[in-house]
Design a protein around this ligand. Sequence first.
Ligand code: NAG
Ligand code: NAG
Length: 417
Amino acid sequence: MPTFALRVVTLCILVALVSSSYNETAIQFMYGSVADWVRFSPRPDLSNACGLGLPLRIAYFTRHSGTLWDWTAIANHLEVPWTRVNPGFFQTYGVNTTKANIIWAELGHMLCHMADILIFSDTIPDARPLLQGGCTTPLILQVTNRFDYGISPSEQDAYVQVMADAATRPHVWWVVNNPYEALYIDKRGVKLPQERLMLLRPVGVCLLPPTHLPSPDQALVALVQPSGPTHLENTFITPWLKSQSLTEYVRLYHQHYGGPSVLAQHRGVISIPYQMSVMKMYEGLSAGAVFVIPSPSFFKKLAGEMDDSKMVFCCRDVLRDYPDSWQDYFDWYHKDFINAHILFDSWEQLANLIKDREGTGKLVEEKRVVGKEAMRLSRQRTLDGYSSLYRSLSQQACESIAQPDVLSLGYNADAGV
Ligand SMILES: *[C@@H]1O[C@H](CO)[C@@H](O)[C@H](O)[C@H]1NC(C)=O
Ligand SMILES: *[C@@H]1O[C@H](CO)[C@@H](O)[C@H](O)[C@H]1NC(C)=O
């Protein structure tokens, strides 16, 4: 036995001796021309991972918890190693040309080499430093909230140019998480590459702890009062509920209402769309919440009668410019989801829905099933879409080993400025 143990120890020492050496010619070749060591972060060598078919790593850039939750579910489905970067800690919203160049110069190496595949979500201008700098890591722009969010009017032209150029690069892919974003981007003059564009909606996951409501509360209709004073819930509906003596039927919530599991236990949730899509809808439908919203014609009427000071709404131009097809761009009213909601044509009808505990209660139970099924189908399309994207981007990342990275050699921090 001692002789065997001794042999093992000797073998370990030998292995350690052999592996403690390195190839000086190779590292001289790889790194000898680096000019700026202060900002240098190398591209990881993928040849082993690609050779063995191992999953590549993803960095998910987002400031927003809702998109992060959504991503955790997608990543779990893909079974990929990943991390999250919050650009809010080093970048302002709608970063301008000058600042984007500075960030590229200072952090470009690190951000570009953070992982083998990069995903930018929530606000797309966060990708601007890497796009302007010419980072060649395959990346996905996951557009969830206007691709030019926070870009100042004086920067619009420059920004659109950066994005139009990015749209021609084979390693830059586009995901819109609702059908309106592609229309919006197109209207700003960026021609999206159809072969690298996918509509993949949120899967509807929420990672807040579930709450159990007492049954008297479950018999109430919910109304979440948004924080802005110009939402119709605040300017009209809440005072109207009081004037109609309907408050005993309705549970009013402020912004922090406890998430979709709370909404799902109520006898419907009164909502007035103010965006073409919100995470709350997909999360709510997944959990079994049923939204009570104006019918398409009533919504159009309200939006026509009231301006943004009374009923804030992002997109009156879509109602105007696409009188027959606006619902195709509007996920609340899209054919994939509209049957999941309870629609009202007038305030009187809403009052009746609120008062008729038994009738609405029954309708809500039916609609819950419809909403969950709509989300099941939508979720499957999303997960399949990401699986296919992940395969394409992994293949690109592995093919790119053959070419030098824009940052691999002779990096000069001043080049982009
Ligand atoms: C060291 O690296 C060089 C350049 O990559 C290569 O040509 C050479 O074969 C390597 N030597 C050993 C001992 O692996
Ligand atoms: C760009 O943004 C930076 C920081 O956000 C600001 O200090 C600078 O004045 C801006 N430059 C221009 C030209 O707007």
